[in-house]
Design a binder for this molecule. Structure first.
Ligand code: KG4
Ligand code: ZN
Length: 359
């Protein structure tokens, strides 16, 4: 294999997707060059395992990772037509996430690296999401990142690899978590995000008057809060009971409109703050939206318009790379490997349930 091409295996087991992927990246002057190629992207969703419980059951998730990870790795090598010996590095999510699942991916990754005598890289799952847009688009640093997933809702300035500054974050629930809880209130299936999006398409977005917490032009903030919106939705659903398809569609649409307003308003403030540091008035800057909630087409459209107003170009990965996957972990591992950001004692990497991206 050519010298300036690297191959990295990535493993992802932090929540309810078991995943293994192999990426091929070109290097130039010690940095990855271009988007590279995803040679295999194996994902096994555990949705059916957890759906009866309305949320992820950590013990069941860990057992499922244990049962399936080895097979997914073998499938990834087969599809990419390579072996562990062809890898330049092996990467696995080391946190944040559910500790049982993390330990399985991390230990498997370390064992493979040890057996094949390859460098091992423990990757921050949030860094995987943060860099995921670079799998398909040439997005250069610095860029503004809106990270919206089941566990996080943050606005960050991505100044470079391993260089993040937090501009704002949720004070209570993550946005994906709010979607999942809202779906439960309306007896919709887990995970709630895709289900609410589907129902909302047929609903009236102004049917219910729901709050937009922390949204204000007088006190511009880049923080979010979704617990008040969730309570207001519960009260509206109780008042409207018994719920039929039309009421559910209207509740879902009104909820989604409120979430959209919150994301647009706070991201707007963040774009203006980001421009003060990174650009002049006429410059076109970049906004990346990543994480599972970024798969939502209504929210993507709202954010695209908001970005245009502020002269930002919006980059959002394709939906399959927004939700958890191992291609983004392999990609983050490849970027770290290329930049020489490999720990001196990688086998001492520990699993971390909490691991903020900014220092
Ligand atoms: O990034 P992700 O796959 O896992 C975490 O790292 O948390 O995000 C999962 C979250 C879930 O809360 C799910 O309901 C939400 O992303 N989600 C969506 C959509 N697809 C997934 N939320 C809104 N609309 C969607 N289409
Ligand atoms: Zn995630």
């Amino acid at each position: 294999m050519a010298q300036n091409t690297i191959y990295v295996l990535g493993l992802e087991t932090s929540c309810d997707e078991t995943a293994a992927a192999i990426v091929e990246m070109q290097l130039r002057e010690g940095r990855v060059d271009g988007t590279g190629r995803v040679l295999s992207n194996q994902i096994l969703s555990q949705i059916e395992t957890h759906a009866p419980y309305g949320g992820v059951v950590p013990e069941l998730a860990a057992r499922a990772h244990l049962s399936h990870l080895d097979r997914l790795i073998a499938m990834a090598f087969k599809e990419a037509d390579c072996t562990p010996d062809d890898m330049d590095a092996i990467a696995a999510t080391a946190g944040p996430g559910l500790i049982g699942g993390l330990l399985i991916g991390l230990t498997t990754g370390k064992a493979l690296a040890l057996a094949a005598q390859k460098p091992f890289i423990g990757v921050n799952h949030l860094e995987g999401h943060a860099l995921s847009a670079r799998l398909t688009e040439q997005v250069e640093f610095p860029y503004l990142l809106l990270l919206v997933s089941g566990g996080h809702c943050q606005l960050l300035s991505v100044n470079g690899l391993d260089d993040y500054s937090l501009l704002g974050q949720t004070l209570d629930d993550a946005v994906g978590e709010a979607y999942d809880k809202a779906a439960k209130m309306m007896s919709l299936d887990y995970p709630g995000g895709p289900e609410i999006e589907r129902r909302a398409r047929h609903g009236d977005r102004r049917a219910y008057d729901l709050p937009r917490p922390l949204v204000s032009d007088k006190n511009p903030s880049c923080d979010f809060s979704f617990s008040g919106l969730k309570t207001a939705l519960r009260q509206a659903a109780e008042k409207a009971a018994p719920l039929d398809d039309t009421k559910v569609a209207n509740l879902a649409a009104s909820f989604e409109a409120a979430v959209g307003d919150c994301l647009v308003a706070q991201t707007g403030h963040a774009m203006r703050r980001f421009r003060q540091v990174n650009g002049r008035p006429g410059d076109t800057l970049s906004l990346v939206v990543a994480g599972g909630v970024a798969a939502n087409l209504y929210l993507r459209e709202r954010l695209k318009k908001a970005a245009e107003v502020e002269n930002f170009t919006l980059f959002v990965p394709p939906p399959a790379l927004c939700t958890d996957n191992a291609a983004m972990i392999a990609r983050a591992g490849a970027e770290r490997f290329a930049a020489g950001l490999v720990k001196t004692r990688p086998m001492a990497t520990i699993a971390r349930a909490r691991w903020p991206l900014d220092k």
